[in-house]
Design a protein around this ligand. Sequence first.
Ligand code: ADP
Ligand code: MG
Length: 301
Amino acid sequence: MIASITRGTYRSEDDGDDTDDETAADDAPGPADGSSATLTGDDLVLGYPDADQPVIDGETITAAQGEVTALVGPNGSGKSTLLKGLADQLTPDAGSVLIDGEDIHTLDTKALARKLGLLSQESTSPDSITVEELVYHGRYPYRGFFEHVTEADECAVDNAIDLAGCDHLRDRAVGSLSGGQKQLAWIAMVLAQDTDVLLLDEPTTFLDLHHQLEVMDIIETLRDERDITVVVVLHDIEQAARHADTVVALRDGEVKACGPPEEVVTEELLVDVFGIDAEVDSTDRGPRVTPLAARHDDPSI
Ligand code: ADP
Ligand code: MG
């Protein structure tokens, strides 16, 4: 048993939350059951105990069912904080998070983990476990404390490894992988969790161009073929514009713009949110962004 994987909604198997073990297998959705959900953060106030001011101070965000919503913004603008709040990894000081109108706080840990998966930026796992073992941990919300691996688990793990394109890494120890390879293994783990809603914090950051495109392809497949609701933090605004249905731009914890890529990704927004001069051209593939210069008159970025 592995007790210290601390990424996403995975909790160690001995976290004492096995109150719903009997029902876990019964209402498990199973791989690719086509269900989906709308995720809403309503008037959320999110912060950290050691800080005076909240990072997010009363923002509302909706990730529409079966769509890709991209969060963009400069470093420290609150993207990860917002994602953690939406995933119940950070308890809101005010406001609520709803999945299809249901407050996620009414769900126990495993029930929530069957609906919503988070790939966060911080990951820790024992170096000695294999990629396959890591991916099996994504199945934790479907298993009771003493239950063995089921056919559904095997199927979900195989599908997830296949979709993440890391079959060749399956028997490798996680500790022996490069940053990008680890990222693929973590993506496979969260895919095996088989949720209606998927929150991904910078899933492309450590990846080479080929693998970045692979990950964006996976995201589009999840949306188009499985109707999964995806919220993804992306550094590359052009990538966000090309692949997302909705772009949400954050600055200083505030949602500055939210809407279709061609409405949000404008030269004005790039000045306001990122403090850069850029040229934005409209193309068949969405807005093309050519960054020109960083503005130096904006000390807060
Ligand atoms: P982003 O993901 O957009 O780079 P974050 O949400 O990580 O931004 O950070 C937003 C703000 O919250 C920053 O000012 C950061 O310093 C602060 N912050 C993030 N994590 C913590 C934490 N664990 N404790 C205190 N402050 C934090
Ligand atoms: Mg972040």
